[in-house]
Design a protein around this ligand. Sequence first.
Ligand SMILES: [Zn+2]
Length: 334
Amino acid sequence: MEKKILMVSAAALLGMLLAAMVAFTQFSAVHNREAKREQMEGLWMFASYGNCKEGVGIREPQLSLELPENLGKEGVSVENNYMDQVIAIHIPGMEEDYLDSHPFLGRMDHIKGMRMEEGLVEISMDGVYEVESRVEGGYLYLDFWAPWQVYEKILVIDPGHGGSVSGDIKQNIVEKDLNLAIVLGLKGLLDEDGRHIGVYYTRTEDANPSFDKRLRLAEAVRADFFFSIHCHSAADGQMSEVNGTEAMYDEQKGDGSQELAEIFLQEVTASLGSKANGVFPGNRDYVLRSSKVPAVSLAVGYMTNQEELNKLKTPEYQRQAAQGIYNAILRAVK
Ligand SMILES: [Zn+2]
């Protein structure tokens, strides 16, 4: 009997604990949202930490590391490989077992593991974090921020295909290269003038991250939307009269993707002077269907149309496409 009462009490206690945890989580979420806006001004430039509220994510300073002697300031570099959720710290001249005698000081609860080799420390994180680093008085200081603590709006830009997956190829023009060229042009525009928008790219080189990895990025950064960029071909792959720009979204979600698709279509066709073919249901597309955030896939033009192909391969047309996408992003984040 006593045992049973004990078990019942234990169950009740567990229930209360769970309820408390849920309540706290909900409170935190609300609190985070409220605190986010207050933090924004101070954090855009990573210049000020004074606004970081107690209970909102991460406090500073988080980690510090005494650097090997005789190391110049310019010696240390920190690379944020957010696709792999790895922070790589290059410390030239650091011996492989240096951390055994000089461990990191401080606390950061989102570290999953650490790997060391000569001149390199790789920190595996449990998500995507913005990292600010500084070298001062012989120490390296690292501060981590969740993207939503830093940026008001967050998006993921995804140049289609890459690496061993070319997409369409017409007359030696390869779709993956067109997609990347347009996105790199877009990145130039966003780097210059998109400071309040957090932009993450699934690739900025000729690589082919898996669909799931691309989608994971959008989830990890809590993107406001995911934007994929492609060039089209006629269904039979033959050269034809069919041309123009079109956008796809998952018609089964009702998450605002359709409105986004329309914005992208309007702005890109306005910038290119291309024909607007419309926005189309894209639930059959794995990425659109699987995305946990609103997602749009844009086909800039038809590689199977000779005139459009001739345009698509020129840097000027790619630049105009980038400008159109940029205009759409500015409109969309409003
Ligand atoms: Zn494609």
